[in-house]
Design a protein around this ligand. Structure first.
Ligand SMILES: NC(=O)C1=CN([C@@H]2O[C@H](COP(=O)(O)OP(=O)(O)OC[C@H]3O[C@@H](n4cnc5c(N)ncnc54)[C@H](O)[C@@H]3O)[C@@H](O)[C@H]2O)C=CC1
Ligand SMILES: O=C(O)CCC(=O)C(=O)O
Length: 630
């Protein structure tokens, strides 16, 4: 027979978000001049007692001496506390109701206000252990029952000794007095409960820190409000993504770590263990080796456009969804491209270098307007097309080349070959993506085919251009200027040096991969990618994923949602439904989408199910991953 578990739960700042005596002070001193001063004194006494630096009885006596309250104020306090029950207690009301025999409230607070709050959650009055006030005939508080062990120093320990609980004892609280029970050997485990307040000394002594009740119930295999506690979902954000992404994800309840730079393969392979969601920008290379170590990873969020730095195939094989921000920095890149084209056409970089050397060279030589010039765009995707529109608005004649059919915007002219574009354009701007086949796509042969004295701009990806060929083209004067934002090898953070032979040229603009680095773009990205992360975790939606079949799903209402990710072979849906039929499960909704490699089946069911159902779904041949949401 399984031994009985007792959950010994503290009240102030654990069951409720607040310290009741602080609230009582607010009520008792409402409208009085010295309210803040008294409140501060009471708070300080409470903290000292909670941290163990002042004996409990001393703190209690001093606090009650400061409080001038009576039955009327206690009634108001009860009403106030009803609105201050901890969120995770409210979420898990069913636990307190269904496990009423196992839950004890042990508090150094007062039964007068604790009992009316906790009984509403199914907790039994006889399981509430706390102090009691004494009153005079007019109902004013005069003190407390001094015979109650909870009014004494180490009162909780004394009470627990009297109770002599048989079975496993789990203590949950935010204060040192809760830890004392464990210290005295009267509990098997002490959880420092940090949903409302985090005390260093308490956390340091805890067997485990719990940010909420979901974590505790999940750990003890008890029914929780969510299938997996959000606070146990670990999100690692690298490369200094905008702070607002962290705040947004934290406000959803996830545990988020934000790091400034990128990590190399070995560092990331170590750091990724236990991480559920990884957020990166362009520098972190997510390799197969990293993914082999990613024992919990379910999603990679690229806080940028390009996803060539991620092994998308390995992610698919492991059932890891990848999302990016396909439009959030598009405009920023386009504005920089326009700016660089103007600067290079005017020979400004050279003039600036001269000015730096105190040289005054006023001249119109090699300085031209962009109006009427031919702009050749390679890669007419989101950035290329947007550049086309803005360049045309400034009077340029736009030509473009793309490997796939693209609608020509405005008066832009599609050319049928790269050679034709290179022979036509005064300025070449590169906006292809970083796919493997584009490596060294633009080399000596391409520079040779450009018009003499043309301008070259690369804000796409470093490996796409052969740097030596670019260097030669600048050195020989074949091209008269270049703007380069991306490099085959880039420093992994701002402390590493950057070296390039290109830096020696006069009419060149070199920038540290900042095409998309504007406040606006970073804020947009920090909004967009987290919203994709939240949608995928909460509903299973893969809309906009770059490697998963795209499914936009309805909100989950009063049902269980089972997500099945499998290799795209025939017959899986039939096998899934055979299992549901065998378990008499009524399917409320079902969605299936596949891409070349994987299939994604989402099934909403209206019935409780046992663990054997999940095991059977996992055991279907070619299954990659099964997730449960409710
Ligand atoms: N410097 C920076 O900070 C930034 C750089 N980027 C880079 O810009 C690239 C383009 O971004 P988007 O326009 O949003 O992507 P996109 O996917 O909308 O467009 C890329 C276009 O290039 C075309 N393409 C690919 N290979 C080609 C080739 N060999 N020849 C001709 N066309 C080819 C594709 O068919 C597609 O139309 C991103 O993949 C990223 O690498 C994006 C944002 C910021
Ligand atoms: O801002 C970044 O870190 C990367 C920008 C970029 O290259 C992209 O969005 O693809």
């Amino acid at each position: 027979m399984e031994s009985k578990k007792h959950f010994v739960i503290d009240f102030d700042s654990t069951f409720t978000q607040v310290e009741a005596l602080d609230v009582l002070c607010d009520i008792a001193y409402e409208g009085k001049e010295n309210k803040d001063e008294i409140a501060q004194q009471i708070k300080s006494l409470t903290d000292q007692a909670m941290e163990g630096s002042l004996s409990f009885r001393e703190a209690l006596e001093s606090r009650l001496a400061l409080l001038k309250a009576g039955k009327g104020e206690i009634e108001k306090l009860i009403q106030a506390l009803k609105g201050k029950v901890s969120d995770s207690v409210k979420r898990n009301r069913h636990f307190f109701e269904n496990y009423a025999d196992d839950v004890l409230i042990i508090s150094s607070g007062f039964k007068d206000f604790i009992e009316p709050i906790v009984v509403e959650y199914g907790i039994k009055p006889e399981n509430v252990y706390a102090n009691t006030f004494t009153y005079d005939a007019s109902g004013n508080i005069t003190g407390f029952d001094r015979s109650n062990p909870l009014s004494e120093h180490e009162g909780k320990v004394k009470l627990m000794k009297q109770l002599q609980l048989n079975g496993e004892v789990i203590v949950i609280g935010d204060g040192y007095t809760d830890y004392e029970i464990r210290k005295a050997g009267l509990a098997d485990k002490f959880y420092a409960f940090t949903e409302n307040v985090e005390r260093e000394i308490v956390v340091a002594n805890a067997d485990q820190v719990a940010q909420n009740f979901d974590e505790i119930l999940f750990t003890h295999n008890l029914p929780t409000a969510t299938s997996y506690p959000k606070s146990m979902i670990k999100i690692l954000l690298l490369e200094n993504v905008h702070e607002s992404a962290k705040l947004k994800l934290e406000s959803e309840g996830y545990s988020v770590e934000l790091m400034k730079g990128a990590l190399d393969e070995d560092e990331l392979a170590e750091k990724i263990k236990g991480v559920h969601v990884l957020g990166i920008r362009s520098k972190t290379i997510v390799t197969r080796k990293v993914l082999e170590n990613a024992n919990r990873l379910m999603l990679v969020g690229a806080f940028c456009i390009g996803t060539n730095q991620i092994d998308l195939e390995a992610c698919q094989e492991k059932g890891i969804a990848v999302f990016n921000a396909p439009f959030s920095n598009t405009r920023s890149v386009v504005e920089l491209a326009i700016g660089e084209i103007i600067m290079l056409m005017r020979g400004i970089p050279k003039r600036m270098r001269q000015m730096d050397k105190k040289e005054w060279k006023k001249s119109a030589n090699n300085s031209s307007e962009i109006r009427g010039k031919k702009l050749g765009i390679i890669g007419y995707g989101n950035i290329g097309a947007q550049l086309s529109v803005l360049a045309e608005a400034m009077g340029m004649n736009v030509f473009y080349y793309d490997i796939v059919e693209k609608l020509a915007l405005g008066n832009a002219t599609k050319v049928s070959s790269l050679d034709e574009l290179l022979a036509t354009a005064d300025i070449i701007s590169l906006h292809v993506d970083g796919r493997e086949s584009n490596k060294s796509f633009f080399g000596a042969a391409e520079f040779a085919k450009m018009k003499d004295g043309a301008i070259f701009v690369n804000l796409a990806r470093g490996p796409v251009v052969d740097i030596k060929a670019l260097n030669d083209a600048l050195e020989s004067g074949k091209i008269r200027g270049a703007g380069v934002d991306v490099f085959p090898v880039e420093p992994k953070n701002n402390n590493e040096p950057f070296e390039s032979p290109l830096a020696l040229h006069e009419n060149i603009i070199l920038t540290p991969h900042i095409g998309g680095s504007t406040e606006e773009a970073q804020v947009n990205i920090a909004d967009f990618v987290p919203s994709k992360i939240v949608e995928y975790i909460n509903s299973g939606s893969t809309y906009n994923s770059v490697n998963f079949p795209n499914l936009q799903l309805p909100k989950l209402d009063d049902a269980h949602r089972l997500l099945h990710i499998h290799r795209n072979v025939s017959g899986i849906l039939a096998k899934i439904n055979t299992i549901f039929a065998k378990h008499n499960i009524n399917v409320e909704g079902q969605y299936l989408k596949t891409n070349e490699k994987i299939g994604y089946v989402i099934t909403d069911i209206d019935k409780e199910y046992g663990p054997e159902l999940i095991t059977e779904l996992k055991n279907i041949d070619d299954t990659i991953k099964v997730r449960v949401l409710y």
